[in-house]
Design a protein around this ligand. Structure first.
Ligand SMILES: [Zn+2]
Length: 477
């Protein structure tokens, strides 16, 4: 390995401090930093020289959006990604990818400064871009190929080591993991994490680098599918069971790995452990597009006879004012003339009126047992400052602090559901992730006001990189 990558070691290693980020997708702060902390001795010991606490996620707290916010230091309206899917100008459903990101991420700045980055499975990096360093694409990468790994020598090394078994995600395709049986889920999540950490450790030791980052998605996958086994408050908690401690044991495994990675770091390296969002049990889902149909905001040409995905070709755009996408947070788009000159019917001046009208109608919605749900709205004009705000949703709705998700399939019975056509979830994303910045020079300080956008300027400060204009986050050190 060292031999064929030597050509990349030509750059002078500067003496400015380095940063390594261990991203643990969806690690919940209330478990890691509080409830389970005594069972995570290595994380606990890091905290005596760390700035740490809850970290507020993006709106929406979606994996690809939140990590991109972390890496750009900006809200989604600057980088123009709001969801896995979006509607294009031809009313086709499209999947977001790395080319959708319209902002520089940390490695773009560093590459320009001749600093080397090592990136292992960072979300929304497929198709990868070449850089002075190593990039293994995120979980949307379909398989090992020249668009998912750079440089080709590293792809060949991975292929030789893992063959076709290299896991970009635990299931085939986005959300393909949702129907895996628990034992298989656990072993795949563990195998995937093990591959990621093995590669990261190899690169950390063998390569010259200034910034290294891996994002472990196993945590997110097991939490979506296995939360009910550990949480007695969950509606579908089966009672004491063989998977009761599986989530905690996964974090104990990570805790041991964190210790072994820390061993490899020199005194000049700062360690960040972070999650992009937290997690909360999911009680059910609101059938948001069915609600929009019932209220006359969304009009279909043909009524669906059973639960099915919303087909944009079946939408009567001449009568439709709003539709929703996504599965955890209500993301409502208005059929605006400005965005879609051909089919749009909503004038810009009517956008705030429609936002208020829909929120006022839905705020009294109840759960499946008749209990009122807390509905929290977000209006893009209040939360987004970037140039692409008009491309995003026109209204976000969080139901019951995200203990209720949404289901945007149509043709459901009633307004409540557990599963979408992709399957069900035991738990969904919560609006706060966690953050730990460790270095032996730091004094221990808990700070629960950290935001995703604070991390990039903080990393630049540590790395002695001039902070570019336009980053409004708080420097944490
Ligand atoms: Zn997730």
């Amino acid at each position: 390995m060292r031999s064929f990558l030597n050509i990349f070691n030509r750059k002078k290693n500067t003496s400015s401090p380095k940063v390594i980020v261990l991203g643990i997708d969806g690690a919940p702060p209330h478990l890691i930093l509080d409830e389970w902390l005594d069972d995570l001795p290595n994380i606990k010991s890091l905290l005596s020289h760390s700035i740490y606490g809850k970290m507020e996620s993006s709106v929406p707290p979606s994996t690809i959006v939140a990590w991109t916010s972390f890496l750009t230091g900006k809200d989604p309206s600057f980088f123009d990604v709001y969801s896995y899917t979006y509607k294009d100008d031809h009313n086709q459903q499209r999947l977001s990818n790395s080319r959708s990101v319209k902002e520089k991420r940390i490695w773009d700045y560093l590459d320009h400064l001749k600093k080397r980055s090592i990136l292992v499975n960072v979300p929304l990096t497929y198709p990868i871009t070449s850089l002075d360093g190593i990039m293994i694409g995120g979980f949307l990468s379909p398989d090992l190929n020249d668009s998912s790994v750079f440089p080709p020598a590293v792809r060949k090394m991975i292929e030789k080591r893992y063959g076709k078994e290299y896991l970009f995600d635990v299931g085939s395709g986005l959300a393909g993991y949702k129907n895996l049986p628990p034992a298989e889920m656990l072993s795949k999540a563990k195998a995937m994490t093990d591959q990621q950490l093995t590669l990261l450790k190899k690169f950390v030791q063998d390569e010259k680098w200034d910034f290294a980052m891996a994002v472990m998605l196993g945590s997110d996958r097991i939490q979506h599918t296995m939360w009910k086994y550990h949480d007695p408050k969950h509606r579908r908690y089966p009672g004491p069971n063989e998977y009761q401690n599986s989530l905690k044991e996964y974090y104990q495994y990570l805790d041991a790995e964190i210790a072994s990675i820390k061993e490899m770091l020199d005194d000049n390296t700062y360690l960040i452990i972070a999650s992009d969002h937290g997690f909360t049990r999911m009680d059910g889902r609101i059938n948001l597009n069915d609600w929009l149909i019932r209220e006359g905001y969304l009009v279909l040409k043909e009524a669906p006879s059973e639960q099915q995905k919303l087909d944009f070709k079946n939408v009567d755009w001449s009568k439709t004012r709003a539709y929703a996408v996504g599965a955890y947070f209500g993301r409502i788009y208005f059929n605006r003339k400005q965005r879609d000159p051909l089919n749009g019917i909503i004038e810009e001046a009517d956008v705030p009126v429609l936002q208020k009208e829909i929120y006022e109608k839905i705020r009294n919605i109840a759960d499946d047992q008749g209990q009122p749900l807390r509905v929290l709205p977000f209006f893009p004009q209040d939360i987004y400052k970037g140039p692409y705000r008009d491309n995003g949703p026109d209204l976000y709705l969080y139901f019951d602090d995200l203990k209720w998700g949404v289901n945007n399939d149509v043709g459901n019975e009633g307004l409540h559901n557990l599963a979408t056509t992709k399957g069900s979830d035991d738990a969904g994303h919560a609006p706060y992730g966690m953050f730990i910045l460790h270095h032996r020079s730091l004094e221990s300080r808990r700070d629960d006001d950290i935001k995703l956008i604070d991390v990039l300027p903080t990393m630049f400060k540590i790395m002695e990189v001039p902070i570019p204009p336009g980053l409004s986050g708080r420097i944490l050190i």
